[in-house]
Design a protein around this ligand. Structure first.
Ligand code: EPZ
Length: 418
């Protein structure tokens, strides 16, 4: 029988919930370990299927990967293969980040084209354009990118869009290139800064990560090191919204509030009370009924697209009408039809969804259509007294570490069956 999450909501959560470290920092960092000689140790890594896939693809390339007590040790050796199997790239697009490190360290790589996914066509043109500027010969044939180079050479690269993945791939490649690389209009996400900190701890010379201009002085070699990734701001944001949707007094631990500024500001605009502490946030209900807000997703430090679905679910039960505009991905409204099955009133017009708030949602059997859509459905289900069954859990398992267990600990009636 297909596994399902069953939720009976309509009651406040209470207590403390601890956030794991960030999926979107851990994946590029595990892949970047390929650049360093010797062993890297990545501490407190969340239990996610995307982490498992990354470890499998590194092992497929012949790297020694060991896991112990939530830590991952990678001892890099001369790869036995320079080709990432399609089954991994199809499962997890971030595998495409192998291209930069393999090229920079070994001068060759063959990676299947990731293709589109539920949220958009997801092209990789900016990755390839940047690597060609660094001197790589790139060939697209039979659904693969095959790239070769002697030693990459530093270059000035302007990104047409501040792509997270392209910034990460080029930052890693430039770390071992000859000379200086400047990446302009770079992505500024906290996960980019975390990757740069890991690279610099291995001996790289990356400056300006977290700003639109990143400067990298290439070095001859990097050495494995130990690193603890940053907390997961999207997991934290998901629990903040769950607390607001259930009128809870909930403390979320292992959080960097600075990383969640746009989410905090929108929740306050709705009427939620948010208290910031050193490494935690306390969410409490406001005096009045929550009111719907307008949201427009943008690259960091704008409102994160990875929080769009969760905030849409909350808007569904707020007073008034809110408009959610998705500018980063062209097809990230797959959760709308599932929320409508639960009684939400949503109309989609091109890249905007107009949400008219209702008093209560009703329970229904629904399916996660992608990772964050899955989180939005759990939030919607927690907000209603009715019982809801959520399927297609493979999406949720990619990015939420023990979400059912963590919510049970703060009093949610939620279980995984099947
Ligand atoms: C990262 O994906 C995250 N994934 C995504 O999180 C997140 O939604 C996204 O950044 C935006 O914040 C990881 O970090 C593993 P992009 P990435 O390159 O790197 C276009 C989640 O839920 N583009 O910044 O793939 C692209 O089509 C996931 O955890 C090009 O046109 O995102 C998209 O519209 C989902 N050409 C936009 O840029 C390129 O060469 C943003 O993509 C590259 C991207």
């Amino acid at each position: 029988m297909e596994e399902k999450i069953v939720v009976t909501g309509g009651k406040p959560l209470q207590g403390k919930i601890k956030v794991s470290n960030a999926k979107n920092a851990v994946l590029p960092i595990l892949i970047a370990s390929l650049l360093g000689d010797g062993e890297s140790k990545i501490l407190d890594v969340p239990h996610l299927t995307d982490v498992d896939t990354t470890c499998s693809v590194l092992q497929h390339l012949g790297q020694e990967v060991a896991r112990q007590n939530g830590h991952i040790m990678i001892r890099t050796v001369e790869p036995t293969s320079f080709e990432a199997p399609y089954q991994y790239v199809r499962r997890m697009r971030a595998s495409f980040l192998l291209l930069g490190p393999l090229l920079a360290r070994y001068g060759r790589a063959k990676i299947p084209l990731p293709g589109g996914c539920a949220i958009g066509s997801r092209p990789i043109n900016l990755h390839l354009k940047g690597l060609e500027a660094l001197g790589a010969k790139v060939n697209l044939e039979h659904g693969h990118v095959e790239a070769n180079c002697r030693r990459l050479k530093g270059a000035q690269i302007y990104l047409d869009f501040p792509s997270v993945g392209a910034t990460e791939n080029l930052m890693m490649a430039a770390s071992l290139a000859k000379g200086q690389t400047i990446i302009e209009n770079a992505a500024e996400e906290p996960e980019i800064v975390d990757l740069a900190n890991y690279l610099n701890a291995m001996g790289a010379r990356v400056k300006g990560a977290g700003t639109p201009i990143i400067k990298i002085e290439g070095v001859k070699e990097l050495l494995g090191t130990t690193h603890t990734p940053i907390p997961d701001r999207i997991e934290a944001g998901s629990y903040m919204v769950a607390a607001a949707a259930t009128k809870s007094d909930l403390t979320i631990e292992n959080v960097i509030a600075e990383h969640l500024k746009p989410v905090i500001s929108k929740l306050k605009e709705m009427g939620v009370q948010v208290d910031e502490h050193e490494s935690s946030l306390r969410i409490r209900p406001g005096e009045e009924e929550l009111k719907a807000v307008d949201i427009k997703t943008l690259p960091y430090p704008g409102f994160p697209t990875d929080m769009q679905a969760q905030m849409m679910a909350l808007n569904c039960i707020c007073k008034g009408t809110g408009v959610v505009t998705e500018t980063v991905f062209e097809n990230r409204f797959m959760h709308v039809d599932e929320l409508k099955r639960m009684g939400a009133k949503i109309k989609v017009e091109s890249r905007s969804a107009i949400i008219e708030g209702v008093k209560n949602l009703s329970g229904a059997p629904v399916k996660a259509t992608d990772l964050r859509a899955g989180a939005a459905l759990i939030i919607a289900a927690l907000s209603t007294e009715a019982s809801t069954e959520i399927g297609a859990l493979e999406h949720i398992d990619r990015g939420y570490d023990n979400i059912v267990g963590k919510l049970q600990e703060v009093g949610a009636s939620i279980e995984r069956i099947g």
